[in-house]
Ligand binder design. Structure first.
Ligand SMILES: [Zn+2]
Length: 104
């Protein structure tokens, strides 16, 4: 359970620089676009695992960022959007309709 998992051989590692949680390669708020691509690919078959993993990092980032700047840290909603909102599957399968009351 470490951001170092986002490293891919032959590519600059898009890992978070603590305690500012900016990408050490492009300086964007982590997870940057590239980190999200890598993570999404890595957890392609385990989206729940990705959410759990990032939820843990979100708490660490929250702690670091509030410690760093208690008066101007990102709002919890902003951190949620940054770390977790994008991990939700883009396509929600249509729920299978199951009815007890009638069948066709
Ligand atoms: Zn990056």
């Amino acid at each position: 359970m470490s951001p170092e998992r986002a490293v891919r051989p032959g590519r600059p590692p898009h890992t978070p620089l603590r305690p500012t949680w900016c990408c050490r390669t492009d300086g964007q708020p982590w997870p940057c676009g590239e980190a999200r691509l890598v993570l999404r690919a890595e957890y392609e078959h385990n989206p729940t695992g990705l959410s759990v993993y990032l939820a843990g990092l979100m708490y660490e980032a929250m702690r670091d960022l509030y410690h760093l700047n208690p008066y101007d840290a990102p709002a919890p909603q902003a951190l949620f959007a940054r770390f977790l909102a994008w991990t939700r599957p883009r396509h929600h399968p249509t729920p299978t309709r199951r009815s007890c009351s009638h069948s066709s």
